[in-house]
Design a protein around this ligand. Structure first.
Ligand code: FAD
Length: 394
């Protein structure tokens, strides 16, 4: 049975990340005719990134509504709640299991298993792989979507969930993400217990935030025994191209780190010496805060496509999943007059939410890359721990 406004409507979601897959699940379980068109050739085409902590009011709320909490509990990683704040010489300044005793305050799950849970919840064939969105055109009340391989489909409603560099975005708004001034460089080390035992020990299955001299390095363990890490520092937007660095050459990247992070200790070098695969530079962008666009009748955006922001508040995936939850609820609500009204109502809430979360994210991005970052971070987590301890004892 199909409920709400979407009975007999064909819905196309562009992009099968956490946002797009959550939306597909929530709509499909209510009888919608929904298809996800994903650029990747298959589900294992790319190594999946770091561990994500899901928040009760957003990511977990969406999973609850999707009926997937049992699968989540079977796959989350309680040990990943361990978090250490260290200085540039890898000396521990704060050491805590911020998740508390049951590990379920902000439970962590690897991106791969999260995507797997969502994919397995969909009917076979819901995700069509190897479909890179190229363009769209409005044809009467429908939308024609064309893919890079030349194929095309028609849909009644299209949702762009195609991430940070969304191509659907330009069909919805003239707003463009603004460079934050912060450059991330991401790397991975497989089998960290064997390859870099000292760093593995320091990490103890969780996360390390290293801060110093206006730079950051975040290291996260993954359930498959690997770790991922990313540096953060002030660099020009065009640095990936203009630096001339070959990011597949470990020696070149290590030399860059030694120069850019010159005041940092040697403890970090083993990450660069033992990295597996190419490094990925990621200039960090943020959509303009408090700016909106005129909602369209049958085309909208969710997740990073709607509101890309840097990773320094840990909200990206949570916001993507909350967008999916709210959009599905408006589309399924009998009291909505029509689909354009549902999209408008969703976007109003989404813009308001992003104005707040994006502001906090940009504030974090600035202070975490300031000279005072380390004491601020230690203070922040000490207060969070005190608050948690008080709640636990009261
Ligand atoms: C280094 C780093 C660390 C992060 N850490 C965290 C964290 O700790 N916590 C957190 O909440 N968030 C974090 N994020 C942000 C988080 O990854 C994103 O906010 C989240 O993945 C957004 O989900 P999404 O579904 O909107 O987009 P994505 O996860 O980017 O998914 C988009 C999908 O669309 C597909 N696609 C792209 N283009 C096309 C196209 N043209 N046609 C078809 N398909 C297409 C992609 O292949 C992908 O599958 C981090 C990001 C980075 C870069």
């Amino acid at each position: 049975m199909t409920t709400g406004l979407i009975a007999n409507k064909k819905i196309a979601i562009i992009g099968g990340g956490p946002g797009g897959l959550t939306l597909a699940r929530l709509l499909q379980m209510n009888g919608a005719d929904v298809t996800v068109y994903e650029r990747d050739a298959h589900k294992d085409a790319r190594p999946q990134g770091a561990t994500l902590d899901l928040h009760h009011e957003s990511g977990l709320a969406a999973l609850t509504e999707a009926g997937l909490m049992e699968e989540f509990r079977a796959n989350y990683r309680p040990e990943a709640g361990y978090m250490r704040v260290v200085d540039k010489d890898a000396q521990i300044r704060f050491d805590e299991d911020i998740n508390g005793d049951d590990g379920f305050n902000r439970p962590e799950i690897d991106r791969g298993p999260l995507n797997e849970i969502l994919l397995n919840s969909l009917k076979p064939g819901t995700v069509v792989w190897d479909q890179q969105f190229a363009s769209l055109a409005h044809e009467g009340s429908r939308i024609r979507v064309t893919f890079k391989n030349g194929s095309a489909i028609h849909a009644d409603v299209v949702i762009g969930a195609d991430g940070a560099n969304s191509k659907v975005r330009t069909y919805v708004t003239d707003l463009k993400p603004v460079y934050s001034g912060n450059m991330v460089l991401e790397g991975a080390v497989y089998d960290s217990a064997t390859t870099i035992p000292k760093m593995h020990e320091l990490l103890r299955g969780g996360k390390i935030f290293a801060l110093g001299d206006s730079k950051t390095l975040v290291v996260s363990s993954k359930g498959d025994g690997s770790l991922v890490f990313y540096t953060g520092c002030h660099l020009p937007e065009q640095w990936p191209r203009e630096s001339g660095i070959d990011f597949s050459d470990k020696a070149q990247v290590k030399a860059w780190f030694q120069q850019e992070f010159a005041s940092w200790g040697d403890a970090w070098l083993e990450l660069f010496e033992n990295a597996t695969g190419p490094f990925v530079p990621r200039p960090q962008y943020c959509m303009p805060l408090e700016e909106t666009w005129q909602p369209l009748a049958n085309l909208t955006l969710i997740g990073d496509a709607a509101h890309i922001m840097p990773p320094y508040a840990g909200e990206g995936v949570n916001m993507a999943m909350l967008d999916a939850l709210e959009l599905s609820q408006y589309l399924l609500r009998d009291s909505m007059a029509n689909i354009p009204a549902a999209i408008a109502a969703y976007e109003t809430g989404m813009h308001t939410r992003f104005a707040e979360v994006g502001k906090e994210t940009m504030e974090n991005t600035v202070w975490m890359h300031s000279p005072e970052a380390l004491p601020i971070m230690v203070d922040f987590f000490s207060h969070a721990k005190d608050a948690h301890d008080q709640t636990a004892t009261s």
